[in-house]
Design a protein around this ligand. Structure first.
Ligand SMILES: Nc1ncnc2c1ncn2[C@@H]1O[C@H](COP(=O)(O)OP(=O)(O)OP(=O)(O)O)[C@@H](O)[C@H]1O
Ligand SMILES: [Mg+2]
Length: 244
């Protein structure tokens, strides 16, 4: 049975899609059958990040309209043999939380990890979908607005009964966060109120790679952070290191 992981944030642009791509890639490279479901209706981007912009034949829209079965609409991501993508439709399509939950249920047995990219903007559907996940990864950057929004978001999930949450702090650089890195990360964790699972450095090499649809280079600091988070998800103890 797969573990359903929802990647979400209060504020837009925190790096949810990048994290889905990076985490999906490392989980797959570590041997786990992984599917990413993209819910960014009308604004999909993972096809570009995986270099598949011109090769996606079907997407979630075909499933919702009944034209395709879920597995028929799933595309294999060429850069990692265990990685698969169910792209968001290019147009705005109406969807209910029940439909997404049913889709996940119907394919649970085929994947060890199903990662849901909740997309930009928060509406009640997103809350309904995310609260069904086995684990919610709340993404924040060190930005104060982002931290406050992540905290509000997380409180809402707690209120709805989903206590399985972990925090990812993304786009961290010594330049932004100052010299007392640990104290500052602690402050972010306290403000959001969610246990930390990983810190991802601000990494230009990764932005260039995902922009071109190339695999994240092996010397990327962000890739190392994704690798550690993927292992922690799998139950391994990996100490926190930060080299940016
Ligand atoms: N760790 C990082 N280092 C450098 N750039 C990053 C990092 N994470 C994300 N980015 C960049 O930040 C921008 C926004 O990232 P992304 O699209 O993943 O955010 P998002 O949360 O999915 O946005 P949206 O809310 O619009 O869906 C992109 O240009 C991406 O390359
Ligand atoms: Mg996104």
């Amino acid at each position: 049975m797969s573990k359903i992981i929802a990647v979400t944030s209060g504020k837009g642009g925190t790096g949810k899609s990048t994290i889905c791509a990076g985490l999906g890639y490392t989980l797959a490279k570590q041997g786990h059958r992984t599917l990413i479901i993209e819910l960014d209706f009308g604004l999909r981007c993972l096809d570009i990040m995986f270099g598949m912009e011109n090769s996606i034949q079907c997407d979630l829209g075909d499933v919702l309209s009944g034209k395709k079965k879920v597995l028929e609409a799933v595309s294999h991501v060429p850069m990692a043999s265990n990685l698969n993508l169910l792209s968001a439709p290019k147009t705005l399509t109406s969807v209910t939380a029940e439909q997404i939950v049913d889709i996940c249920r119907s394919i649970k047995k085929y994947f060890e990890y199903i990662i849901i990219d909740t997309g930009a903007g928060i509406n009640s559907h997103v809350f309904d979908i995310v609260e069904q996940a086995n684990l919610i990864l709340v993404v924040s950057t060190p930005d104060q607005v982002c931290i406050r929004d992540a905290s509000l978001m997380s409180d809402e999930f707690y209120n709805r009964g989903n206590k399985s949450q972990r925090l990812i702090i993304n786009k961290v650089s010594k330049k932004v966060i100052g010299d007392s890195l640990v104290a500052n990360l602690d402050e972010i964790i306290d403000k959001v109120g969610v246990q930390l699972i990983g810190v991802i450095p601000d990494d230009f090499k990764m932005t260039v790679a995902t922009g071109k649809g190339n695999p994240i280079p092996t010397d990327s600091e962000a890739l190392r952070a994704f690798d550690a988070i993927a292992k922690r998800l799998d139950g391994d103890f990996v100490p926190l290191t930060f080299n940016n």
